[in-house]
Ligand binder design. Sequence first.
Ligand code: CP
Ligand code: NVA
Length: 315
Amino acid sequence: MTLALPPKPRHFIDLWRFDAPTLRAILDDAQTRKAARMGWPKGAPDSDAPAKDRTLAMIFEKNSTRTRFSFDAAIRQLGGHSIIATASDMQLGRGETVEDTARVLSRMVDAVMIRSNAHQTLERFAQAATVPVINGLSDASHPCQIIADLQTFEEHRGSVAGKTLAWVGDGNNMCASFMHVAGQLGFRLRVACPSAYAPDRVDVARGLELGAQIEITDDPRAAVEGADAVLADTWVSMGDTDHDARLAALEPYQVDAKLMSLAARDAVFLHCLPAHRGEEVTDEVMDGPQSLIWDEAENRIHAQKAILAWCFGHG
Ligand code: CP
Ligand code: NVA
């Protein structure tokens, strides 16, 4: 007798695992859903409510404003509900294993979003879970944010294919996720960072294997020259302990009006937030006409709705 295996859950852990059509479908769904509900109250469900009666659990090992509120808004707009917990309040914080927690929550909710310190926690959780697991940021990557960023770019500048994006600063989790998706979506990625804070070679290799055009330099001016978008993030991510060394090494990588002037005339500025104004970016750029940061923050809701819908089997 052969037993039917339960269907494998659709996890959303890292962008390098996704092919171009799936990524394109998620980006298009995010924009379609955004357009369809323009002017509606933020709590009103989408007309198709694809997550009706579904519950999303969210576990946070680190602080969050955007990810927490946007996922909560997103699941409600899809017709579902959320339960939010900080890991330190859970038995996880007293030593219950990641795997046992995943098995228990899989019996109680329909999907789990985790913001973890170590990427391995996410991987272990996903391995043991029987419901979809979503990466809400780890030390290694931040894929949901990159979907929102690319949605934002395309909303203002059209398809990202063939465009040049310039990452300036720390070669961190955000930078890794941009490298993980550049090949499938066909944009060039220039990364400017000091050698001490260069991206992980494994992430560069993953991008290159998927056909990405990635150039790495220590010269921010060379990276930004003629670029269609300039991308920045904090110099000190959650969990980083070498604060002073980072500020010293990254100081030449501040995005200011002079650096922006080297980019294409219609170049846009993106930052996942929270920003440290006066460090990685000046107020003039943050609040200037090329900055799309508020659209980018809002798009976390729309992008995550498309991700959740995909996890629940749509598309
Ligand atoms: N960009 C982002 O993930 O923000 P939060 O840390 O506030 O969730
Ligand atoms: N690189 C930052 C992103 C915050 C959203 C961090 O990991 O803290």
